[in-house]
Design a protein. Structure first.
Length: 160
């Protein structure tokens, strides 16, 4: 039964359930947000698509290919080969998304209006973002170290 499902759908049933849950959540959010400000939501959506596709995608593609090229030129031949780029991409992407979402608070552009509206200060946002970024890169480095260690052990085993 599972093989037939995978053959027809192309992925595990958990993937389908996750996609349905995310679509339901997006639908709920749309029902709550769009009636309140349909023009603002449309402008934000179009602006986000343009900013991502025309500005950010080319920018981080160039940075990514530059990092890969630099790593290959400086590659340490004594280390066993282990895929490393995603251990850099994931924390960098998560940190960048957090920065984009909270930029007005992290860079303290929100100022007085935010403090009056929420009765909270914008002061801790930069510190918190830096700590989260450090934790993301630290966890990623730890994951890569574990991966390298496993790779070394497999590489050191005699084949036969």
């Amino acid at each position: 039964m599972m093989r037939r499902f995978r053959a027809r759908y192309g992925a595990h049933p958990l993937h389908l359930l996750t996609m349905l849950a995310s679509l339901a959540l997006a639908g709920y959010a749309a029902l709550k947000l769009v009636p309140a400000n349909p023009l603002g939501i449309a402008v934000w959506f179009i602006g986000a698509a343009i900013a991502h596709d025309l500005l950010l995608l080319p920018l981080y593609s160039v940075v990514d290919s530059g990092l890969v090229h630099a790593w290959r030129r400086r590659g340490a031949p004594e280390l066993p080969q282990a895929p490393w780029i995603n251990y850099l991409r994931v924390p960098l992407a998560l940190s960048a998304v957090l920065l984009l979402l909270y930029a007005p608070l992290i860079l303290q552009f929100a100022g007085h209006r935010y403090a009056v509206t929420t009765s909270m200060s914008t002061d801790p946002y930069l510190e918190h973002w830096l700590l989260i970024t450090a934790a993301l890169f630290g966890l990623s480095a730890l994951g890569y170290a574990v991966r390298l260690r496993r790779s070394r052990r497999q590489h050191a085993r005699p084949s036969g």
